[in-house]
Design a protein. Structure first.
Length: 495
């Protein structure tokens, strides 16, 4: 079966019976506020960082338990805390934060903490449920607060043409509806079938016409109820910060209305289909929330509805959270961590300020080092192809051009379609890319396939989301950045 990006499809038969259901509560995230250009000194905050909820200042600093979500974040925070506090990392070394699932032991760690430091900007998709399960009160410091997410520069995103998108939707429909026929063969046809790569998952719903699916940090739920006039009243729940969806139907009229805004969602693009009984598809940009579906005027005895993520279109969610790969943005991390620690331990304010100032000087030195190393690479060769979209801020800062990513998104949880891989292969050839860069732990299979087809090399040992152990090449954040830069420069300066 063809790989798809976060695909969910639903086939609705007109003989569905009416039935209701309870909707699960959505999970949430945080959205960074816009900020000016990256500071080179830590600004003094006029107010304490956002807390959820806040505990009173602790009199004795050693009694404060500080937990940071990622290992690189724990190292940054430890440089601010110095000898006054000990900062532990929640996610173990080598574990991809994009797919991290907290264990009961992890929940206990959070429950016992007084301070939890997170990257923010939607990076910790597990955060809302983790805090709910942990209970209690603690200060939550969002390290990236105040940083504005980047916008992809021209030429970075290879968007499908309408013809390519139509073909991709038809291929997916054929794949999915074939699975539907196999699933319903010999069964009662008065049922709706949940399709897709994870159709075998049981989400605990008792009614065939209610369907829920969770994958890659997004939660979709669709429910359809047949009306007396033969039309359908539908419900769509999208639990992500936003993105584009493709809604395909077998004729008739479909109106999607936002419950929160009480307005109809306009189609950004309408495509004509002639495959698997589908005749039309609308590309819509939806925000997190709940939507009403009104389906009417079907001419066929069996009406179908397919909802999926359109191939080649990127979910914007909360933007790119990989700010830390630009050390000048880590200056903001340091300021937020400094002020957060002061809010829970005012007696240590002088220590945290002095430590922050020293560490910012090291970050500025790191920035100069990277710039000097990158200058060794001819400008024409400063091109990046990576495992997923993580090096955007690094590229912006040091003059690289992002050609593309094997996984088309800022999360590693997605999978590329055949069409996306074909377009990336073409872009790599046209741009004369020399190297594909992968982070440690990434599956190299697709990168090696791309390398075979294009004749380029694969460098598979960059550290981006986790530090190494103490004996490895990246035991601290600064070591991690210096190591990555040396690997990139060496790879791109070789003949």
């Amino acid at each position: 079966m063809l790989n798809r990006i976060l695909a969910l499809a639903l086939v609705a038969l007109l003989v569905l019976s009416a039935c209701g259901g309870t909707q699960p509560a959505p999970t949430g995230g945080t959205t960074p506020s816009p900020a000016a250009s990256a500071p080179t000194t830590a600004p003094e905050a006029s107010e304490a960082p956002t807390v959820a909820p806040t505990t009173p200042p602790v009199a004795s600093a050693p009694a404060i338990k500080v937990l940071a979500a990622q290992s690189f974040l724990a190292d940054i925070a430890q440089n601010v805390a110095g000898d006054r506090l000990t900062v532990e990392a929640l996610i173990p070394l080598g574990v991809d934060p994009h797919v991290f699932e907290p264990t009961p032991a992890d929940v206990r760690k959070v429950a016992d903490s007084n301070v939890l430091i997170v990257n923010g900007a939607g990076f910790e998709e597990f955060l809302a449920s983790l805090l709910e399960n942990a209970g209690g009160e603690r200060t939550v410091i969002e390290a990236s607060k105040g940083l504005a997410s980047r916008t992809a520069r021209e030429g970075e995103v290879a968007v499908m043409s309408p013809e390519e998108l139509t073909d991709a939707l038809c291929v997916e429909a054929a794949d999915l509806f074939l699975a539907a026929e196999e699933t319903t063969a010999g069964a009662d046809q008065a049922s709706a079938v949940e399709l897709g790569m994870h159709k075998e998952e049981d989400h605990g719903h008792d009614h065939d016409h209610e369907h829920a699916h969770e994958h890659g940090g997004m939660f979709w739920q669709v429910a359809l109820t047949r009306q007396a006039d033969g039309s359908y009243a539908g419900f769509l729940k999208w639990d992500a910060e936003g993105g584009e969806i493709a809604v395909a139907t077998s004729g008739g009229t479909l109106v999607v209305t936002s419950i929160d805004a009480a307005t109809a969602v306009e189609a950004e693009e309408t495509l004509t289909l002639a495959c698997s009984g589908l005749t039309q598809a609308m590309i819509m940009d939806v925000e997190k929330g709940e939507y009403l579906l009104a389906l009417s005027g079907f001419r066929e005895p069996q009406a179908m509805l397919m909802i999926t993520t359109p191939g080649g279109h990127h979910h914007h969610d909360e933007g790119d959270p990989h700010f830390w790969l630009d050390p000048t943005k880590v200056v903001t991390y340091v300021a937020n961590i400094r002020d957060g620690l002061i809010s829970v331990d005012p007696d240590g304010a002088a220590v945290y300020r002095a430590n922050a100032e020293r560490y910012i000087a090291q970050l500025n030195e790191l920035d100069r080092f990277i710039a000097e190393e990158v200058a060794k690479i001819p400008e024409a060769d400063r091109k990046l192809v990576t495992n997923h979209e993580s090096f955007g801020y690094f590229a912006d800062r040091y003059g690289f051009r992002v050609i593309g990513a094997i996984v088309p998104g800022v999360s590693t949880g997605a999978s590329p379609s055949a069409q996306q891989l074909a377009r990336l292969t073409e872009r790599v050839r046209e741009a004369g890319v020399k190297v594909i860069f992968l982070e440690t732990g990434a599956n190299p299979q697709l990168a090696e396939q791309l390398a075979r087809e294009t004749g380029i090399r694969v460098v598979s040992d960059l550290y981006t989301h986790s530090l190494s152990d103490a004996d490895g090449p990246a035991p601290t954040y600064i070591d991690m950045m210096r190591y990555n830069v040396k690997q990139i420069v060496e790879a791109l300066t070789q003949g």
